[in-house]
Design a binder for this molecule. Structure first.
Ligand SMILES: Cc1cc2nc3c(=O)[nH]c(=O)nc-3n(C[C@H](O)[C@H](O)[C@H](O)COP(=O)(O)OP(=O)(O)OC[C@H]3O[C@@H](n4cnc5c(N)ncnc54)[C@H](O)[C@@H]3O)c2cc1C
Length: 516
C-alpha cells in the first residue's frame, strides 16, 4: 500500500497508450558519451538525444583534469595500457583496454580537429599533463582545469547544427520498452506527460551512480537510472561493487568540489592537520599513487588525527603550470581561499562507478537493440579502479563504437513492446540513502555495515535509486576480499581466486566470469 502511494506521489499518471514518437536512434543522456554517440549515429538515421536535466549539467561538463591518450613521442599505447592494468588490480578486460588505448589517440585527434581548445605548447602541439597512476605525460586538457566543459561546449554547436538530431531537455526516461527479446525504445516523461519513443537502436549514456552518495563530486542527476532500467529490462550488469572515491574533494561543500588529480601531478602535496606530509608512509609513489591508495590514506589520516579533512598544499606548484588551473583557482578564490597562501581542506568523495551495464567491445549489452557507453557501461577497461582521465576517453572510444553498432541494427518486427516506468525517490529519502551509502558502502566496508545498508534500503519504495544502491550493497557484500577501490575491513587482502567479475541479472544468481 505504501509503495503504491509513494509511486503515485513521485510519478505523473501515465496514460495507457502514450503518444509514440518514432526515431531511428534514441540516445539517453547528454554527457560526452551521449553527445558524441549522437553525432556519430546521425549520418545513419534520425536521432533523439535527450537528458533529464539540461545540456549543461552532466558529469562530463564538470570534468576537470583532462583526457588520457598516448600522443607523446616518448609514450605509446602499450605504456598507457600498462598503467591502466596496474590501477585496475587484475580485473581490467585486456581486449577492452587494447581498444581504449589504440583508438584513443585517433579520437583525441578528432576532438582537436573539431575545434576543442586543448592547451598547446609553443609549437602548437597539445600540452600533455601528468596525473596520478600515469607513468608518462599524456593528459590533454583545456579551459584552465575545465576540460569537460570545453569539450562539451565545442561539440554542442555541432549537435545544434545537425538537423538529423533532435534534442529534448528535461526529458526523463522512466523505463525501456522491450518486446521480451529486444529493446525497442523507452517511455519518456516530459513536462508532466509521457511519450513512447520507438527506436531501432537505443544507446544508454546516462552516466554513473555516485550522486547516490552524500559526499560526492557528481551532480545530483547522477543516480544510476540507466543501470536500473537496463537491469529491470533483463540486461546483465557487472562490477557494481567498485566505486571510486576521489581522494581530494573540497571538504566543506556539497557536491564536493573536486581538486583535480592534475594538481598532485604537478607537485601539490598532502599534509595532515598535525603538520606531517604523510603519503610516502603509504606508497612509494607518494601523492602520485593510484586513487584508491591515496583515498584510503587520507581516510586513515583523518581518523588518526580526528579531523574531517587533510590539507592540499598547492604552493609547491611551478609558476609555469599555474595557468593550467586558472578555473580551479578562480573557484577557490570565490570560496575565500588564496590558493598560493593557504592549504585547501580536502577529503575523499564518491566519484566514479567502475561497474555498470555489461557490454561487449561493440558496446552491445546482453539485450538486443540496447547499447551502452560512457560511465553507465561496464566495458571492463577500468577493472577494480579507474586510472585518472581514462573515462572521458572511454566516452569517446566506446561512444563511437556504440553508434557504429546501433547503425547496423535493422527495424524491429516483434510483438508490441512494453515497459513500466519507475518513479524517483523523494528528496528526503534520497538524502537518507546518501548518508547510508557513504557510511556503509563507502571507502571502508564490512559485512555488518553492508547488511545494515541492505535492510535500510529494503524499507524504501521501489525506485531506480533504490535498485542501484541495493545492487551496490549486494555486490560489495559478495566480494569477500579487498581489491582496487573496494576495501573490506573484514577481508583486507586481495584474494587471487577472486580475480573475476560478478555479473548479475535480475532474479538470477550472481555469475562469476573471467573476461579476456
Ligand atoms: C567533478 C568531476 C571531474 C571529473 N574529471 C574527469 C577528468 O578530468 N577526466 C576524465 O576522464 N573523467 C573525469 N571525470 C569522470 C567523467 O567526467 C565521467 O565519467 C564522464 O563524464 C561520464 O560521461 P557520460 O557521458 O557517461 O555521463 P554524464 O556526463 O554523467 O551524463 C549523463 C547524462 O545522462 C542524463 N540522464 C541520466 N539519467 C537520465 C534519465 N533517466 N533520463 C534522461 N536522461 C538521463 C543526465 O542528465 C546526463 O545528461 C570527472 C567527473 C567529475 C564528477
Amino acid at each position: 500500500m505504501t509503495d503504491t502511494l509513494d509511486r503515485r506521489r513521485a510519478a505523473p499518471e501515465r496514460p495507457l497508450l502514450p503518444e509514440t514518437v518514432p526515431f531511428d536512434f534514441l540516445v539517453v543522456g547528454s554527457g560526452l558519451a551521449g553527445i558524441y554517440a549522437a553525432l556519430q549515429a546521425a549520418p545513419h538515421g534520425r536521432c533523439l538525444l535527450l537528458t533529464k536535466a539540461t545540456l549543461q549539467v552532466s558529469n562530463s561538463a564538470w570534468a576537470q583534469g583532462g583526457i588520457a591518450a598516448a600522443l607523446d613521442a616518448e609514450d605509446n599505447p602499450d605504456l598507457h595500457a600498462g598503467d591502466t592494468f596496474r590501477a585496475g588490480r587484475g580485473l581490467c578486460r585486456p581486449s577492452a583496454v587494447e581498444v581504449l588505448v589504440r583508438e584513443g589517440p585517433a579520437r583525441v585527434e578528432e576532438m582537436l580537429a573539431l575545434g576543442v581548445p586543448f592547451e598547446r605548447d609553443p609549437a602548437g602541439r597539445p600540452l600533455l599533463g601528468l596525473e596520478g597512476g600515469h607513468g608518462r605525460r599524456r593528459i590533454v586538457h583545456a579551459g584552465g582545469g575545465a576540460t569537460g566543459d570545453a569539450v562539451v561546449r565545442a561539440l554542442l554547436p555541432r549537435v545544434a547544427a545537425d538537423d538529423r538530431i533532435t534534442v529534448w531537455e528535461r526529458a526523463r526516461v522512466g523505463c525501456l520498452l522491450t518486446d521480451g527479446a529486444r529493446c525497442r525504445g523507452a517511455l519518456v516523461e516530459r513536462g508532466g506527460r509521457w511519450a513512447a519513443v520507438a527506436a531501432r537502436g537505443v544507446i544508454l549514456a546516462t552516466g554513473g551512480a555516485c550522486g547516490l552518495y552524500a559526499r560526492t563530486t557528481n551532480p545530483g542527476t547522477t543516480t544510476g537510472d540507466g543501470i536500473a532500467m537496463a537491469y529491470r529490462a533483463g540486461a546483465a550488469i557487472a562490477d557494481m561493487e567498485f566505486v571510486q572515491f576521489h581522494p581530494t574533494a573540497y571538504a566543506l561543500g556539497r557536491p564536493a568540489f573536486l581538486l583535480s588529480e592534475a594538481l598532485r601531478g604537478e607537485g601539490a602535496q598532502l599534509w595532515n592537520v598535525a603538520g606531517e606530509r604523510f603519503m610516502a608512509r603509504y606508497d612509494p609513489a607518494a601523492e602520485l599513487a593510484p586513487r584508491d591508495v591515496v583515498a584510503r590514506a587520507i581516510h586513515a589520516e583523518m581518523l588518526r588525527t580526528g579531523a574531517d579533512h587533510v590539507d592540499l598544499r598547492v604552493d609547491a606548484l611551478r609558476p609555469e603550470v599555474l595557468p593550467h588551473f586558472e578555473a580551479l583557482f578562480a573557484r577557490l578564490r570565490a570560496l575565500g581561499f588564496d590558493p598560493n597562501g593557504q592549504p585547501i581542506p580536502v577529503a575523499p568523495a564518491a566519484h566514479f562507478l567502475m561497474g555498470g551495464v555489461m557490454v561487449d567491445l561493440q558496446a552491445r549489452t546482453t539485450l538486443d537493440g540496447l547499447f551502452a557507453c560512457g560511465e553507465v557501461a561496464c566495458t571492463g577497461v577500468h577493472g577494480a579502479n579507474r586510472l585518472a582521465s581514462n573515462s572521458l576517453l572511454e566516452c569517446l572510444v566506446f561512444g563511437h563504437r556504440a553508434a557504429a553498432a546501433a547503425a547496423d541494427v535493422g527495424p524491429a518486427c516483434g510483438p508490441p513492446p512494453q515497459g513500466e516506468p519507475v518513479p524517483c525517490l523523494e528528496p528526503d529519502a534520497l538524502r537518507r540513502v546518501g548518508d547510508w551509502m557513504f557510511a556503509d558502502a563507502g571507502i571502508i566496508r564490512d559485512e555488518g555495515g553492508l547488511r545494515r545498508l541492505g535492510e535500510r534500503l529494503s524499507t524504501l519504495p521501489e525506485t531506480a535509486e533504490r535498485t542501484v544502491a541495493a545492487v551496490i550493497a549486494e555486490a560489495a557484500l559478495d566480494r569477500r576480499e579487498s581489491r582496487g577501490a573496494h576495501f573490506r575491513a573484514d577481508f583486507p587482502v586481495e584474494d587471487p581466486n577472486l580475480a573475476v567479475h560478478f555479473v548479475r541479472r535480475r532474479g538470477e544468481p550472481t555469475e562469476r566470469q573471467r573476461w579476456t
